[in-house]
Design a protein around this ligand. Structure first.
Ligand code: PMP
Length: 431
């Protein structure tokens, strides 16, 4: 049996940084990442045979718990009929119908393979529909790694973005305007200055890639109204929140309609039930701009892959109200114990939560923007994280990530989390 450390060393000789997605390298918490070989229910098992209660849930998809028997059966059944045809299959429309039944503003849905593709396509539709180039995004929001979205804010209220990664042309970055989250003045300012050139605003329906940061009041509705007043569109990115914070995602919680509804929505994670599947959906007239009906091109060899569709459709069908009640109950238990443990050690903290999605910030008051997120005592997280891990609980390896529960987080895994928290809070206090 190889240890995690041996596997990491070997992977580093074959794969850049030993990982296929950067956060997995534990850069911000230090230490050796776990190499996982199995997952079941609320638990993951590493290569050393160690079980950990999982609060990552594959970054969201595993809403029912890992390896739910009915999902596995659906996948095995689909796989036994062939892995990929590059042609339409009957189940694709069933999945689209399920999403359209749940999420009001989705009149048509196109399946893709990753959240990155979904947002990229939504933006292309918005540009195609409006004939405009500029995109507004929020500082600290993540929408995947396409060029125009991987940008950093310059200084000032609403700024033309700068490349947030090497390899991104300045000219592409400059088509994105970055504004602080929850800042209505900044949105009004950016539309006052560039309104007739803005194709769309893209927003995480609730921010969850800088830790969870709730939208203030009717911020989402305000964005839609403001965009529409200037002939621009709103893209609500529900890749992370979709079918997780509610049966109908953030739309289900806020129920935007009319002028306050987003024009396009993106989904990922839960919609694929753990397989590579994501989607873009929205108003029929906009969605029908896509090829073959319209002039906006988009395609994919593996789009609507039958095995992925089987996983997604089965997951959504099993994600009943009872599942959402269990997710909420698990989040209630964990957030209460987390607050108790940190309070007992006098650690300044705030817990932000949307549905069952939450995160802790080491700051007295809940951050409302990325600037505020950055002001917290982030150095308290690595020792907290490692104390939890030593006690058999796998947290996201960064303070800037949400914690994900599953419907399989019942009494036993919850008890392990609750028991682990006091020592972790002590470690955070001592940092
Ligand atoms: N949008 C949001 C809100 C996300 O959280 C993510 C991934 N964490 C993405 C888009 C990109 O999805 P993917 O990693 O599947 O490309």
């Amino acid at each position: 049996m190889s240890t995690n450390a041996e596997l990491f060393e070997r992977a580093k000789l074959a794969i850049p940084g030993g990982v296929n997605s950067p956060v997995r390298a534990f850069g911000s918490v230090g230490g050796t990442p776990s190499f996982l070989v199995r997952a079941h229910g609320a638990y993951v098992t590493d290569a050393e045979g160690r079980d950990l209660v999982d609060l990552v849930a594959s970054w969201g998809p595993a809403i029912l718990g890992h390896a739910h028997p009915e999902v596995i059966e659906a996948v095995q059944d689909a796989a036994s009929h062939g892995l990929s045809f590059g042609a339409s299959t009957p189940a694709e429309a069933l999945l689209a119908e399920e999403v359209e039944r749940r999420v009001g503003p989705v009149e048509r849905l196109r399946l893709v393979s990753t959240g990155t593709e979904a947002t990229m396509t939504a933006i292309r539709i918005a540009r195609g529909a409006t004939g405009r180039d500029l995109l507004v995004k929020f500082d600290g929001h993540y929408h995947g790694h396409s060029d125009g979205l991987l940008v950093a804010a310059g200084s000032g209220l609403a700024t033309l973005a700068m490349p947030g990664s090497a390899g991104i042309p300045e000219a592409v970055a400059a088509t994105t305007l970055v504004v602080p989250y929850n800042d209505r003045d900044a949105i009004e300012a950016v539309f006052a200055e560039h309104g007739d050139r803005i194709a769309a605003v893209i927003v995480e329906a609730a921010a969850a890639n800088m830790g969870v940061v709730e939208p203030d009041g009717d911020f989402n509705g305000f964005l839609a109204r403001t965009a529409h007043a200037h002939g621009a569109l709103l893209i609500s990115d529900e890749v992370l929140t979709g079918f997780r914070v509610d049966a109908a995602g953030m739309w289900g919680i806020e129920r935007w309609s009319g002028d306050e509804a987003p024009d396009l929505l993106t989904f990922g994670k839960v919609i694929g039930g753990g397989m590579p599947l994501a989607a873009v959906g929205g108003r029929r007239d906009l969605m029908e701009l896509l090829a073959p009906l319209g002039p906006v091109y988009q395609a994919g060899t593996l789009s609507g892959n039958p095995v992925a569709v089987a996983a997604g459709l089965t997951t959504l069908r099993l994600a009943t109200d009872d599942v959402y009640r269990r997710l909420d109950a698990a989040a209630d238990t964990i957030t209460a114990a987390l607050a108790d443990a940190l309070r007992a050690e006098g650690v300044a903290h705030s817990i932000s939560r949307v549905g069952s999605l939450f995160s802790v910030a080491f700051a007295e008051t809940a951050p409302r923007s990325f600037d505020e997120v950055r002001q917290q005592e982030a150095f308290r997280y690595p020792p907290f994280f490692h104390a939890m891990r030593d006690a058999g609980v796998s947290l996201p390896p960064s303070v800037f990530e949400a914690w994900f529960v599953t419907a399989a987080h019942g009494d036993e895994p919850l008890a392990r989390i609750v028991e682990a928290l006091p020592a972790a809070a002590r470690a955070a206090a001592a940092a």
